[in-house]
Design a protein around this ligand. Structure first.
Ligand SMILES: [Zn+2]
Length: 381
């Protein structure tokens, strides 16, 4: 690693290269460089949930391009949910098979995972995920980045961050906070002093980038692009506090009203911005429909002989159980079937089983409620 002292800018109050110390912070096992002004290695690592996809589980969607010398980050929008993205990465779908990113951050569509950071590739993994390249649409700072760092550096030397949600889904306060902490952490470890961020001091080019800088896609879309200055300013403030030894308490909170408020979960109707809100027409399509098969093996029919079909019903007990869990876990699986099975020994009434495409199973053991999630022992629906 190249080590250079940083001359403090006039806004720091004093100048001079000072003494440069290079050592190892044993707690973080990372290199600490100190000058009179800036100390690296002290930005707190945000809480990250390891969801590492090893090569056996994830044989494609990455290349070995040599050790990753991280210089910055590339931000994306998932156009989906946290669970959905991970499922996509490990699926047989050709698009999913060839897709992989370093991090995902939960948000409005992910229920309890709002603001949670998942890490799919460990910090010391030498696989470069295919999140941000190939460079088929270089624009703006992307041009300068490729000129200075090379084309392979897009996937190798930037850590890719997928922010959950569709392009138009509001970014939640927790999600924005997680993004700021993660960006601050990665750029600090990459040796970027707060007063030069988002420019990297060694190459002199911007290394906090977004997918559109490299691709013809609009990713991360208008909502997150509109928050670029906000998240970069806060990341810079976090870096400044840590690098100058002021402690995180000195970082002022996000201004009220930023980002735009998002609807809270479980409320009904009129959440025009949240495509998964209760009352959304998308829910019926996501839920799908099924027929019901009796214990005898016959399909349930209307008196006229037509098979009876069960579709999404905003007031129905099964639909409501599905929506609650879907919003909580960020999965909206299609209903796969409904059939009667023999009830517990000694009872006359059959049990009812409703299965969903991703393995969720609703079970009612007799003709009386309650329905329970059979794949989650003891969890009432
Ligand atoms: Zn993208």
């Amino acid at each position: 690693m190249e080590v250079r002292p940083f001359l403090a800018g006039s806004d720091i109050g004093h100048t001079g290269a000072g003494e440069v110390r290079v050592g190892t912070d044993t707690a973080e096992n990372s290199v600490v460089m100190t000058s009179a002004a800036v100390t690296f290695g002290r930005v707190a690592r945000p809480d990250v949930v390891p969801r590492h996809l090893d090569p056996a589980r994830k044989p494609s969607g990455w290349s070995r391009l040599g050790p990753r010398r991280i210089v910055g980050t590339c931000v994306h929008r998932m156009d989906g949910t946290l669970w959905g993205s991970e499922t996509h990465f490990v699926s047989d779908d050709p698009h999913g098979r060839d897709a992989l990113a370093d991090f995902g951050i939960g948000g409005a569509l992910d229920g309890a995972l709002d603001g949670v950071i998942w890490e799919w590739l460990a910090e010391d993994d030498d696989r470069s995920p295919w999140a941000s390249g190939p460079a088929d649409g270089l624009e703006g700072d992307g041009v300068a980045f490729v000129r200075a760092h090379g084309r392979e550096a897009i996937n190798r030397d930037l850590r890719s961050i997928e922010v959950s949600g569709r392009f138009t889904t509001p970014v939640t306060p927790r999600q924005l906070d997680a993004l700021c902490r993660l960006v601050a952490y990665v750029h600090d470890r990459a040796g970027v002093p707060w007063h030069q961020f988002p420019t990297h001091p060694r190459s002199g080019v911007v290394t906090q980038l977004q997918h559109w800088h490299f691709a013809t896609k609009d990713c991360p879309g208008p909502v997150l692009r509109g928050l670029t200055a906000t998240y970069q300013a806060r990341a810079r403030a976090i870096m400044r506090a840590a690098q100058m030894g002021q402690g995180q308490d000195s970082v002022s909170p996000l201004p009220p009203g930023l980002p735009a408020p998002t609807p809270s979960h479980g409320q009904s109707q009129s959440h025009g911005h949240d495509p998964m809100a209760d009352g959304s027409p998308a829910l019926a399509w996501l839920f799908g429909a099924t027929t019901r098969t009796f214990l005898s093996g016959d399909t349930e029919r209307w008196p006229g002989g037509e098979p009876r079909t069960y579709a999404y019903d905003p007031a129905g007990v099964i639909s409501r159980a599905w929506l609650r869990r879907a919003r909580r876990e960020g999965h909206f699986p299609r209903i796969a079937g409904w059939r009667q099975v023999p009830g517990p020994t000694g009872t006359a009434a059959p049990a009812e089983v409703v299965a969903f495409a991703n393995g969720w199973v609703l079970l009612r053991r007799s003709s009386l409620p309650p329905w329970v999630w059979a794949d989650r022992p003891g969890e009432t629906a």
